[in-house]
Design a protein around this ligand. Structure first.
Ligand code: ADP
Length: 222
């Protein structure tokens, strides 16, 4: 489904930092991939490149056999919205904006009457129907992350990319969010999640360990 070949991402700050160092990786439909490794090893850089938020300096990237490393910015954005949903550690919701409107946001430019039904459906699927009109500062951290997950789901993404999605949550709330990801995965969505919490690895079907911009271990569970 996703295929990276010999990807390099460098930052030049006096000396050159190899955030991704000749990295190759294939992700199949239906996987639940956890990416782990020490701080600074390139996990977020990898997720950003997978999600077309960043482009490599060199290497080849294909999504469902289509080359995407040479797309224009506009084409990248279109592709991104059609394929990916994003969930971040810090939720990234619009403040002073209700649950309903935060989840509607990705559909803003899509015409048609089905939008309202879709927004309500995904909000129901994360258990927040009774908080439709709440703003982020009126919600707990776990509830805010549920809003963010609903927003990620509203476009029916093929792949959810999650960067430390439980990093700002207490253990119990974090596990509730993981149960939600489990449900989403079982419903057929591919998930790629960066984490440094080893307790969460039981949810993954595959664990990729990174170090210094490279993959040093890649384990699939039966
Ligand atoms: P991780 O997510 O594993 O903590 P990152 O992907 O954020 O690692 O970073 C990988 C390396 O690239 C680190 O050395 C980091 O300092 C560097 N890096 C990341 N983003 C930038 C940037 N915008 N400018 C310069 N260096 C960066």
């Amino acid at each position: 489904m996703l295929s990276l070949t010999n990807i390099r991402r460098e930052y030049k700050l006096g000396e050159t930092i190899h955030a991704l160092d000749d990295l190759s990786l294939t992700i199949e439909k239906g996987e639940f991939v956890a990416i782990i490794g020490p701080s600074g090893c390139g996990k977020s850089t990898l997720l950003n490149i997978l999600g077309l938020l960043d482009v490599p300096n060199s290497g080849e990237y294909t999504i469902e056999d289509k080359r995407v490393d040479d797309l224009s910015k506009k084409q990248r954005a279109q592709f991104r919205n059609g394929v990916f949903g994003f969930v971040f550690q810090s939720f990234n919701l619009l403040p002073r904006t209700t649950t309903y409107d935060n989840v509607m946001l990705p559909l803003k430019y899509r015409r048609g009457d089905h939008r309202d039904g879709k927004v309500r459906e995904v909000i129901a699927s994360v258990g927040l129907t009774d908080r439709l009109k709440s703003k982020p500062n009126q919600l707990s951290g776990g509830q805010q992350q549920r809003v963010a997950i609903a927003r990620a789901l509203v476009n029916d993404p093929k792949i959810i990319l999650a960067d430390e999605p439980t990093g700002n949550l207490d253990t119990k709330t974090g596990l509730e969010i993981m149960e939600l990801f489990k449900k989403i995965h079982e419903a057929g969505t591919t998930i790629v999640m960066v984490t440094h919490n080893n307790e969460l690895l039981t949810y993954a079907t595959r664990v990729i360990s990174m170090k210094d911009g490279r993959i040093v271990k890649d384990e699939r569970k039966k």
